[in-house]
Design a protein around this ligand. Structure first.
Ligand SMILES: Cc1cc2nc3c(=O)[nH]c(=O)nc-3n(C[C@H](O)[C@H](O)[C@H](O)COP(=O)(O)O)c2cc1C
Length: 211
């Protein structure tokens, strides 16, 4: 039940206290939850960028739906996914996995050939839609980990993707921003949504059962 209680505790914070910082230890646990997320074929086709630097936060906030929130959060975790699949990227992951597991080289080559035959003939946009979806699982786990630590956070899609990609030169890394997670300490005087009831549709409406 602990996880359910954690999820009931959390809410998408609307304003942070700029003078409060989240500990490095807690940031590392949140990022670790993201790193441990399952991904399609285990490719982990995304990275997280952890921004604490105030100047960079200010720069990134241009064009955001709620720029103040971004500037005042203690940290911004950016989920950025591979802009496309490549043979090199797929091979690198599977060479590493093979080595880590002490398996003979080429153990997964039939499987990676299959992956390449599917992904490499798709447009980059189709690849990115897939890599981006993987990153949302990590965002969800990071939100849950923050809640377990009683660290306030906000999942965010309301930002200027092109601007963030350009400021952080993500193209050079073969990445494109997908979502953000603000992490910090809520400012109760301005976090207007905090006292409101958490609203979800009923279980009856949500679950479609076939017994
Ligand atoms: C992928 C995603 C993107 C979101 N983008 C924003 C956003 O840009 N700004 C914002 O204030 N909240 C954003 N939210 C928060 C949702 O509005 C919020 O999670 C939802 O209303 C449920 O409320 P709760 O998280 O407080 O339970 C986002 C949530 C998710 C999952």
């Amino acid at each position: 039940m602990a996880l359910i209680e954690d999820l009931k505790w959390r809410h998408a914070v609307k304003a942070y206290n700029p003078s409060e910082k989240v500990s490095q230890e807690n940031i590392e646990k949140i990022v670790e939850a993201a790193r441990l997320a399952p991904t399609s074929s285990g490719l982990q086709p995304f990275r997280v960028l952890v921004i604490e630097n105030q100047e960079i936060k200010n720069k990134l906030s241009e064009g955001a739906l709620n720029p103040e929130c971004m500037r005042e959060a203690s940290h911004i975790i950016i989920f950025a996914a591979w802009n496309r699949y490549t043979a090199e990227r797929i091979d690198k992951v599977y060479d590493f996995t093979t080595e880590e597991r002490g398996l003979p080289q080429g153990r997964f080559s039939a499987y990676t050939d299959k992956l390449k035959s599917i992904y490499l003939q798709e447009d980059a946009e189709v690849n990115f839609a897939h890599t981006a979806r993987q990153s949302y699982i990590a965002l969800g786990l990071a939100l849950a980990q923050a809640a377990e630590l009683r660290v306030d956070s906000t999942p965010v899609e309301g930002f200027n993707h092109a601007h963030i990609d350009q400021v952080l030169e993500l193209e050079k890394l073969g990445l494109k921003s997908v979502s953000l997670m603000y992490v910090g300490v809520s400012d109760p005087s301005r976090d207007w949504i905090a006292p409101m009831k958490k609203v979800r549709i009923s279980k009856e409406e949500f679950v479609i059962e076939y017994k």
